[in-house]
Design a binder for this molecule. Structure first.
Ligand SMILES: [Zn+2]
Length: 116
């Protein structure tokens, strides 16, 4: 895999693991990189969420994972849509690896307050 720089190589290699990663979302005709963080490994997230001790049940809850889309590499500045277009086969592979760890747009829309 030849990503734009060593940081993106590390972030893509860390998809689904605790810490920071760069999964690829590919749905509804859009493909893009995310920056994602996880407080725990993906497989431990459900168990930890359901078994949190009272000390961890703070107002507003804990954020054990989260992500946001990025247009440019945070290290080298490359326009990531260019990389995704130039490396469509590799991008598709990363998107497949990422799928279990990326919340879909439809799921996000359902979680928004005021939405049916
Ligand atoms: Zn880069």
């Amino acid at each position: 895999m030849a990503l734009c720089c060593p940081l993106m190589e590390d972030l893509v290699g860390n998809i689904g693991k605790k810490g920071f990663s760069a999964p690829v979302a590919n749905e509804m005709g859009f493909i893009f990189f995310l920056i994602q963080y996880r407080a725990v490994e993906a497989e431990a997230l459900e168990e930890l969420s359901s078994r949190a001790s009272p000390e961890l049940r703070v107002r507003g809850g804990l954020s054990l994972s989260g992500d946001f889309g990025i247009a440019y590499c945070p290290s080298c500045g490359r326009k990531l849509s260019d990389w995704l277009e130039d490396n469509a086969k590799e991008a598709s592979k990363i998107a497949t690896t990422s799928r279990p760890f990326v919340t879909s747009f439809l799921e996000l829309a359902r979680k928004r307050p005021g939405r049916p």
